[in-house]
Design a protein around this ligand. Structure first.
Ligand SMILES: *[C@@H]1O[C@H](CO)[C@@H](O)[C@H](O)[C@H]1NC(C)=O
Ligand SMILES: *[C@@H]1O[C@H](CO)[C@@H](O)[C@H](O)[C@H]1NC(C)=O
Ligand SMILES: *[C@@H]1O[C@H](CO)[C@@H](O)[C@H](O)[C@H]1NC(C)=O
Ligand SMILES: *[C@@H]1O[C@H](CO)[C@@H](O)[C@H](O)[C@H]1NC(C)=O
Ligand SMILES: *[C@@H]1O[C@H](CO)[C@@H](O)[C@H](O)[C@H]1NC(C)=O
Ligand SMILES: *[C@@H]1O[C@H](CO)[C@@H](O)[C@H](O)[C@H]1NC(C)=O
Ligand SMILES: *[C@@H]1O[C@H](CO)[C@@H](O)[C@H](O)[C@H]1NC(C)=O
Length: 511
């Protein structure tokens, strides 16, 4: 072993005791305890260290656009350390001032220039320019220097993606070309070898009017995932399949259970996790919070692919472990295309779903009881055939009285139905039910454990009969008899919380 491999090996031993789990939809905190703030971005491998870097849009409270691009590093794709700003907005700059749109950054290493290249959707605040921005840096964390913002082969470009083929190392820009009547296409366009400009359109997804494209590659296939255009509202993401990037491409098909709106998320990036046991494909989606974009969350989920059936499915898991153990093997050990966008190497490449204990509601017994107007209502789609409803304020609550804990921090997934069905303005089928006369992005429940401090649980709208889950980390005392009370938000309007189907309590992470 060379010293470098040896030190990586020792680091792996030291870190292997703390597997870090992926909890989609939770608040993700960095190693300094701040929210991970890198939205609609990508994960790129550092050629020197094999470390993973997450790039994304940086959003601060009250600000809509122009926050620049932040970067975080990780050994395990779950623990993120902030590395500062990769692309800082510049006052008065013609393309990257705080007034400009700097969205969906993608970073790739260029063998030709020996630099990292960042590409993104560059625009003015009214989306009138539709450009692709380009910046370069010697080191992966930057700071990146602005090079140019251009129209791709003279056309327009909106939501931006970047795909690198692991078989030949060639990179491609993916972009929808905007909302003008003559546009509404999605392009796959090949870069030159240096990834400094675009060479040739290899495919155009004609008039599907989709956005947020990402491509993932298996040994046999390419799958292109894209969302419909409903702004910050999630919708049912679709995939197309092909043997070759130039097509012919299949019909689009929906990738997750209907009406979950891809588990309340939008596509944007995907990862291929390559290991000795298997290759895992990961969907890296964004759960936008249009009320406060800076609070937007991440929905990262495993993708199940059946090459025989030519199908692909994004599969929900409350919690799973990517088994990276802080040990990305040094990329130099692997193929000559070792810095490819969207490909990471792990020891085994597999992942493990975490098992929890389910607590079902019952009517006023020793294990569950309700107060005020909260009650169990018939619901054929619910786990018990009944769902807890009319949970509101601090007067109509539901209490689970005998939950077993470990004395350590544990995740609880609250399975809920939120019938608001908030669509998107004038989109077909998108007419929302209004709560108290106004659109609500989500219901908010209040959760208290053993009579302690109240935590807010955001419950995004689902469709009627669709049960999704939202996680909270809580402190349960060791043994049985933990009391978990769920109420609504008391905000003067007395808006109800979502309906509750069941709780799933997970073991602590450190075991
Ligand atoms: C954005 O650019 C378009 C096209 O040049 C222009 O019509 C529009 O006024 C610009 N928006 C702003 C806010 O400057
Ligand atoms: C780039 O990283 C190397 C070590 O990896 C460091 O020596 C150098 O100072 C960095 N350069 C910049 C501009 O940050
Ligand atoms: C851009 O592409 C669309 C079709 O996708 C085409 O109709 C339009 O003319 C092109 N615009 C430019 C400026 O090339
Ligand atoms: C995938 O991992 C194998 C070893 O498990 C390695 O030989 C191969 O080069 C890797 N492929 C990529 C694209 O990283
Ligand atoms: C359940 O019991 C509580 C008192 O413990 C009472 O306030 C509530 O109305 C009861 N709910 C039902 C559905 O009987
Ligand atoms: C419920 O909330 C109201 C309004 O904040 C408050 O006045 C009241 O004391 C609360 N009741 C309980 C039992 O906490
Ligand atoms: C509480 O849970 C424990 C452990 O599952 C069980 O042994 C006990 O019987 C339960 N108590 C009640 C009152 O249901």
């Amino acid at each position: 072993m060379t010293p470098r491999f040896l030190s990586t090996f020792l680091l792996a031993l030291a870190a292997s005791a703390t597997a870090k789990w992926i909890v989609p939809g939770a608040r993700w905190y960095d190693t300094a305890g701040e929210l991970v703030n890198a939205h609609a971005g990508c994960v790129t491998v550092d050629r020197e260290t094999g470390k993973f870097f997450l790039f994304g849009e940086y959003k601060v409270e009250g600000q809509v656009e122009g926050g620049g691009i932040s970067v975080y590093s990780s050994q395990d794709l779950a623990t993120w350390e902030r590395e500062g700003m990769a692309l800082e907005p510049v006052e008065g700059h013609p393309y990257i001032s705080p007034e400009h749109i700097i969205q969906r950054p993608k970073v790739v290493y260029s063998e030709g220039t020996g630099k990292y290249h960042m590409w993104w959707h560059a625009d003015n605040s009214t989306y009138g320019w539709l450009l692709q921005g380009f910046a370069q840096a010697d080191n992966i964390t930057g700071p990146y220097s602005f090079v140019d913002a251009t129209l791709p082969l003279g056309n327009w470009s909106q939501d931006f993606g970047l795909f690198t083929d692991y078989k030949d190392g060639k990179s491609y820009a993916l972009y929808s070309n905007g909302d003008r009547k003559e546009a509404r296409d999605v392009y796959i366009t090949r870069y030159n070898d240096d990834i400094t400009e675009l060479d040739e359109v290899v495919h155009r997804f004609d008039k599907y009017d989709l956005e947020a494209p990402t491509i993932l590659q298996t040994d046999k296939s390419y799958y292109a995932l894209m969302s419909h255009k409903t702004g910050y509202r999630p919708n049912n993401v679709v995939a197309f399949r092909a043997d070759s990037l130039s097509g012919p491409w299949s019909q689009p098909f929906i990738v997750s259970p209907l009406n979950t709106r891809t588990f309340n998320s939008q596509s944007g990036f995907s990862l291929r996790i390559n290991g000795t046991k298997q290759t895992t494909y990961l969907y890296l989606g964004d759960q936008w919070d249009s009320n406060s974009l800076w609070e937007s969350r991440y929905i990262w989920l495993p993708i199940a692919i059946d090459e025989e059936k030519k199908s692909l499915e994004v599969v929900w898991h409350d919690i799973y472990d990517l088994n990276m153990y802080g040990n990305p093997p040094p990329p130099l050990m692997y193929s000559r295309y070792r810095y490819i966008n969207g490909n990471v190497n792990s020891e085994t490449g597999d992942w493990t779903p975490i098992e929890g204990t389910t607590y079902l509601p019952t009517a006023n017994t020793t294990t569950t009881h309700t107060t005020g107007s909260a009650y169990l209502q018939e619901a054929s789609f619910a786990s018990t055939g009944k769902i807890l409803t009319s949970i509101a304020g601090n007067h109509s609550t539901v209490t689970f009285t005998n939950i077993t804990g470990t004395g350590k921090s544990q995740w609880i997934s609250f399975y809920y139905q939120n019938t608001d069905d908030m669509g998107f303005g004038d989109q077909p089928g998108g007419t929302p039910d209004r709560v108290g006369g106004a659109w609500q992005l989500r219901r908010i429940a209040s959760v208290s454990v053993n009579g302690g401090e109240v935590q807010s649980l955001y419950q995004r709208d689902t469709h009627k009969g669709i049960v999704l889950s939202a996680p909270l980390k809580v402190e349960l005392k060791e043994g049985g008899g933990n009391v978990v009370t769920v109420g609504g938000l008391w905000n003067g309007f007395d808006v109800k919380a979502a309906d509750l189907d069941r709780l799933v309590v997970y073991p602590p992470e450190e075991d």
